[in-house]
Design a protein. Sequence first.
Length: 78
Amino acid sequence: MPVIALIVIGAAAGFLATRLMRIEANIPTTMLIGIVGALVGGFLLRALITVAGWLSGFVGAVLGALLVIWIWQTYLRR
């Protein structure tokens, strides 16, 4: 998600978050809370998805290697 979109969404999220947490803040503070939260959350989520992608690729590679070893030991080794 582009940074501009995170800022726009963050302003609305700040309003919702301050209401859910029952925090009394003025409009600029509410917007700042939301924008910072959206930027942190957006970048954190992007990092987690990237790490999960690498991890799933590693798990897939290990499983593939295990399958090749099993086929080699079962059918090709005599």
